[in-house]
Design a protein around this ligand. Structure first.
Ligand code: MRU
Length: 347
């Protein structure tokens, strides 16, 4: 397919001495780039959702470590690893649920541990490799996932899993881009994704850039949409996939998956192998990020809830493997995920 036609947004740009992040808090109305010059600025940007989406935060953190290395003196990689310990720890703690963050930093630390005097170049090459591999994985998953969708289908997606959430092209949104390009997907619906509105602010905006018509729905309209027969697939991304196939993703995914099973809509999870965490046995072992209740009590900075009301704001949920029909990764497809099927591809 013509990737250039569908893949023009780049949320993360390495500039040699700084990391430029497209500020996703300001989209879709303002295009503002935030310059990060040290690892603390990158950790803060991840915490504040300037950059977000599981693969994207892993890539940004890897570049954050490169920045930290630029102001660190060390004779070899081992010494650098010891000196960069606090930077690694702060980047790692920026958000708890998406395993891509820890995966990318572990990979960077392994490279450091084996590097000599050229450790700075090795770090930079590794961060670039993480980004390049993510883009290639997304393109591969786009083809694998789209091939499962019958021509003329409708799909519902949740949150933002596009170029903005990755090195480019996207995971679930990559499948949707490929499916539309191949004429398999005739209707795209995106749920708004309260409270941060990744679907409303980011996903439909991204699709608009590509000339792909998408219809926005309220999160609570998912079951009703499925009942009309307009969608045949729920296509979502993931922040962590456990050894048994249980999947953490944006809050609201679980409710969509339950509704999908009830209505005979198939559920596809699309994520690179960097999102698979075989060390975590099942969903209940995943830490679910709780964010500030202020995100729920206001919309675009305007308070919408009476003073004195308390809110609970978990931003991810777990979809049990039993509700998932297929997990698409760049290594291949896992149908009806369970521990044995996961181990065959990731053991
Ligand atoms: O809180 P966010 O916006 O970082 O959450 C993002 C999601 O839940 C995505 O669905 C997931 O990270 C996959 S992105 C390719």
């Amino acid at each position: 397919m013509d990737f250039d036609r569908y893949d023009r947004i780049r949320p993360i740009r390495w500039q040699g001495d700084r990391l430029n992040l497209l500020d996703q808090r300001r989209l879709p109305f303002e295009t503002v780039v935030l310059e990060c010059r040290d690892s603390d600025a990158v950790a803060q940007a991840i915490r504040d959702l300037v950059v977000r989406g599981a693969p994207a935060i892993g890539i940004a953190a890897a570049w954050g470590l490169v920045l930290a290395g630029q102001s660190t003196e060390a004779a070899d990689g081992r010494e650098a690893l010891a000196r960069l310990g606090p930077d690694l720890a702060r980047l790692r703690a920026a958000r708890p649920t998406a395993v891509n963050l820890m995966w990318a930093l572990d990979r960077m630390a392994r490279v450091l541990a084996g590097a000599g005097a050229d450790w700075r170049e090795r770090l930079e090459r590794e961060a670039q490799a993480i980004a390049d591999e993510d883009l290639a994985a997304n393109r591969r998953m786009g083809a694998l996932g789209a091939a499962l969708i019958a021509p003329g289908s409708g799909v519902l997606t949740h949150c933002n899993t596009g170029s903005l959430a990755t090195a480019g092209f996207g995971t679930a949104l990559g499948v949707i881009r490929a499916g539309v390009a191949e004429g398999r997907i005739a209707r795209v619906f995106a749920s708004e994704t309260r409270p941060w509105l990744q679907g409303a602010r980011l996903t439909v905006w991204e699709l608009l850039q590509d000339g792909i018509a998408a219809t926005l729905i309220a999160d609570g309209a998912g079951a009703h949409l499925m009942n009309t027969g307009a969608v045949q697939w729920l296509v979502v991304g993931a922040d962590r996939i456990c050894a048994n196939g249980d999947t953490a993703n944006k809050i609201g995914t679980y409710a969509h998956a339950i509704a999908a099973r009830h209505h005979g809509v198939r559920v596809m999870v699309v994520a690179p192998s960097s999102t698979v965490d075989m060390a975590t046995a099942r969903g209940e072992d995943i830490e679910i990020e709780l964010r500030d209740q202020a995100e729920l009590l206001s919309v675009s900075g305007l308070r919408t809830v009476a003073e004195g009301v308390q809110a609970w704001n978990p931003v991810f949920d777990i979809t049990p493997a039993g509700l998932i029909d297929v997990i698409v990764t760049e290594r291949g497809v896992v149908e009806r995920p369970d521990p044995a099927a996961m181990a065959r591809l990731f053991g």
